[in-house]
Design a protein around this ligand. Structure first.
Ligand SMILES: [Zn+2]
Ligand SMILES: [Zn+2]
Length: 266
């Protein structure tokens, strides 16, 4: 089975821990064929302050060091997890114009700055009504994001549910079906797709309804990502994730080279 992890972080992320070479060693041990490094570039910080610059040099250095070590054993791709692109589409476009870049995840980690800009994981969720209000704003933001051309794959659609669950509120995105249908249809019409983010192996079943909806909208283009920030989490949850994909009728996962998808049978 061909497996590629298209969501991973190294020391180039503020919340990363190890060099890419250590993540890559773990990918080889997990039997993966490819690892795409998608370190963070967020255009808002945790507190909602705008970020005005991004430096590619540390990521270029990680790839330069790791690629020769894994030649013939693991393909290493240059990716980016671009957060809050709608805050500054011009800067986002400039950042992703790097000529060596293979892949961009479009992420929403924060509410938009007009809503205070705070990171969704920094909010303390105290009631279901509060969760619903945040999810409404989250959907507004996702609608704005899909209109921007600066990413290849929409990242972790279920992201806020992680933190609502942490605070004791187990919600789904089912009340937002009509809005998600429009978002997925828009992505599909642009030749783009979504990721199945296993969240280090913790999130599998939470994706069932989302993936069924995506398929019902005609979606086939998918990447698989662990969101690993530590080596043991590279490829975590991929076997149950693939089982779920096959059960739902998905037969392929995508890898990217210079933003062009290639499809691989599961
Ligand atoms: Zn993320
Ligand atoms: Zn991530």
């Amino acid at each position: 089975m061909f497996l590629a992890d298209y969501h991973s972080h190294s020391i180039c992320s503020p919340d990363g821990h190890v060099p890419l070479s250590e993540m890559a060693r773990s990918a080889v041990d997990a039997g993966l064929a490819e690892l795409c490094l998608t370190d963070h570039c967020d255009l808002l910080d945790y507190h909602g302050n705008p970020v005005h610059t991004f430096n590619w040099a540390p990521i270029e250095e990680q790839l330069r060091l790791a690629r020769p070590q894994f030649e013939g054993r693991l393909i290493l791709k240059m990716g980016l997890e671009l957060g809050e692109a709608w805050e500054n589409p011009k800067l986002a476009a400039q950042i992703v114009s790097h000529p060596e870049l293979d892949f961009v995840l479009g992420s929403i980690h924060n509410l938009s700055s007009v809503e205070g800009g705070v990171d969704l994981g920094m909010i303390h969720y105290e009631s279901e009504a509060q969760c619903r209000a945040v999810l409404e704003k989250y959907m507004d933001t996702m609608e704005a994001l899909v209109e921007l051309p600066c990413f290849d794959i929409l990242a972790h659609v279920v992201y806020p549910l992680r933190y609502m669950g942490r605070d004791g509120f187990v919600l789904t995105l089912e009340p937002y079906e009509q809005r998600l249908r429009k978002i997925f249809s828009r992505l599909i019409s642009q030749g783009r797709g979504i990721e199945f983010n296993t969240h280090r192996g913790k999130d599998i079943e939470i994706w069932r309804w989302v993936l069924e909806l995506y398929k019902d909208c005609g979606g086939t283009l998918l990447t698989l990502g662990s969101d690993a920030h530590h080596p043991p989490h590279v490829g975590a949850g991929f076997y149950p994730a693939v089982n779920l994909l096959k059960e739902l009728g998905f037969h392929q996962i995508a890898t990217y080279e210079k933003h062009r998808p290639a499809l691989h049978e599961l």
